[in-house]
Every structure is written in structure tokens, then in C-alpha cells.
Design a protein around this ligand. Sequence first.
Ligand code: AMP
Length: 212
Amino acid sequence: MIVVLLGPPGAGKGTQGERIADALGIPKIATGDVLRAAVKAGTELGLAAKGFMDRGDLVPDEVILGIMREALAQPEQAKGVILDGVVRTVPQAEGLAAVVRALGRTLDMVLVFDIADDLLVDRLSGRTTCDTCQKPFTGLRPGAPCPDGTGGTLVRRKDDEPEAIRNRLRVYHAQTAPVLQWYVEHGANVQRIDAVGSFDEVTARALAAVRR
Ligand code: AMP
């Protein structure tokens, strides 16, 4: 089962994607996580991506499609995969469709997280992220140890600063919102869920949608 999670930054795709992946027993790929790990490791990919990411701009489509081509060919994705934040432009949707087709697979569902912008600014500016496991936390200060005991430290992502958040929302509405229209026009199985509520409430809605 291949599921694309679509929604604005801060909608909960990362946390919920993890929970859906665990419930279905399949892996999750988040291009944001792949890119942050590359930045941390100082690889060529990381160096190329860092400036775009710090500003809240999108990394070029070809870079993303290169990551996806490699990731989807791995044997552990054979049973299925949850794709979190992977499709952010129409050319990426087209490119992913071609990669999936070339592998003889199908994209089973596009799960859309609905939430208003006002809530997102509050959520993102109050969030810290573990520099090791990349899990986001709310209500915890930068510098605190990761509550999951990974040995990592909580940091404020550069793109969770107010100016970058505003830019990420602008970029979402200009470049990613049309992706939803593209999927509808191409007959994808699009399911929408209300992303406002407790973690458990949203997980229940997401799981009900993927099991539908
Ligand atoms: P995320 O963790 O999903 O919020 O992604 C963090 C940043 O990584 C984004 O603001 C972009 O700069 C970059 N990024 C992640 N995924 C993509 C993608 N599919 N297309 C372009 N840029 C991406």
C-alpha cells in the first residue's frame, strides 16, 4: 500500500504518519527527515538543500525525485510505504507517478490533513525537535533532553522561526495546494481528514480512512 500524506507544515503528517506506518507494519519516508539528516552529515545533498530549507523554500524537484527513486526501490518498501511531505509540487506528483508505474506498483491513497493556517503558526512556533530522532515536541524548551531517551537534544528548527513559517505557508498555498487538485483530476483515491484534535483523535480518523 502506497499512501501519500498531503497537508500544510505543522498539520501533524510526521507524527500521524509514524502512527499509521506502525499500525500497518510498513515504513514511512519523509523527505524532510532525509534532507535534515543529509544537512547534519554535511553531505553534498545536505549542502545543496540547506539554504532552501532554512528559508522555508522548496528544494528543487529533481533532488526530491532522486531521493524517491532510490528509496522506493529498496526491498523494505515492497509491502507498502507512507510518504510524508514527499509530494509538494505538481512536477513531483507527476514524477512520483512515473516512478511508481516503473516499479509496477500503484499509489493507493492520498490522505489530506485539513487545518487552518492560524492554528499552524501557533503549533510550529511552539515546537521543538529532537536533533537525533527528529521527533517534534510541544511545550518543551530548546536545550532539553529528548523525552524519548535517544540521547539527543531538543532544538528549534530554523524553519520553525516566525518568518520561515510564514514563508512555508505561502509556499504551501502557492505550490502544494495545486497538488491536491492534480490528484483529484487524475482519479486518485483522495481521503480528507480533520487534523484538529488530540493526537489520538486524529490517529483514529487517519486509520479509519486508510482502512476504508
Ligand atoms: P518538512 O520536514 O516536511 O517540513 O520539510 C522541511 C523542509 O525540507 C521543507 O521546508 C523543504 O525545504 C524541504 N523539503 C522536504 N520535502 C520536500 C519536497 N518534497 N519538496 C521540496 N522540498 C522539500
